[in-house]
Design a protein around this ligand. Structure first.
Ligand code: PEP
Ligand code: MN
Length: 235
């Protein structure tokens, strides 16, 4: 089972490295290392930016892989030497120029589902990457928009089942952005795995109530330990 974990965004060196060490000690090998944040509100924290590149290097020197969102094709070259896995976020699923350029790279890609995209559109987006020659793609179901606001998004369990039955892609789920609520992350993780997901990407922070972004859906280390226990995660 693949378990990617880390805070919504890298806030500073101390925060990122302290968390990275704690997660590493729990057997995590891939760390959410986000330095650019696609935020709906332009006034909100946008990420630490290129200043964070040296932090990515330090995270890697701990023996963790960096999973980092790339928001534009113009960022690929600068990020390339510091990133192990490129994430394409929900808001960029149909950024075709980005997808085409990522297709020319030799790094694994996590392609998150657009929050209002059909599965068919998602698969066609993945074709843009494949056409460039890169077939190392993981699809991440992160919830879609609906009329109900009891959860931030609706985790599409049917899409996970469909993709596992009908495509050869590795599929992971994001119980954090889909639920938008900390106390729903563990049950949603279990549901996604029961549906056949190959893994999860989860937001974790040592002090979620003071996280710079998405604290409401972010679990703390104790809850992360509970999650590991409940899903039977082993190194
Ligand atoms: C993220 O995973 O950091 C993120 C911004 O999620 P999404 O693109 O699914 O909203
Ligand atoms: Mn987030």
């Amino acid at each position: 089972m693949r378990l990617i974990a880390g805070s919504c965004s890298i806030e500073n060196r101390e925060q990122a490295l302290s968390l990275a060490k704690k997660l590493k000690s729990r057997g995590i090998t891939e760390f959410r290392a986000m330095i650019f944040k696609p935020r709906t509100d332009p006034e909100s924290f946008q990420g630490i930016g290129y200043e964070g590149l040296s932090i990515l290097d330090e995270i890697r020197s701990l023996g963790l892989k960096t999973v980092t969102e790339v928001m534009s094709e113009l960022q690929i070259e600068k990020l390339y030497d510091h990133v192990d896995v490129f994430q394409v976020g929900s808001r960029n699923m149909q950024n075709f120029s980005l997808l085409k350029e990522l297709g020319k790279t030799d790094k694994p890609i996590i392609l998150k589902r657009g929050f209002a995209s059909y599965v068919d559109e998602w698969l066609k987006a993945s074709d843009y990457i494949v056409m460039g020659g890169n077939e190392d793609i993981t699809l991440c179901e992160r919830g879609i928009r609906s009329f109900d606001d009891i959860t931030r998004n609706v985790l599409d369990i049917g899409a996970i089942i469909y993709l596992k039955q009908s495509t050869g892609f590795q599929v992971i789920a994001d119980p954090s952005h889909s639920m938008g609520r900390r106390n729903m992350v563990i049950p949603a993780s279990r549901a996604a795995l029961a549906a056949g997901a190959d893994g999860l990407i989860v937001e974790v922070h040592e002090d979620p109530d003071h996280a710079y972004s998405d604290g409401q859906e972010t679990i703390d280390i104790d809850m992360f330990d509970e999650l590991i226990e409940e899903i039977g995660f082993k190194e």
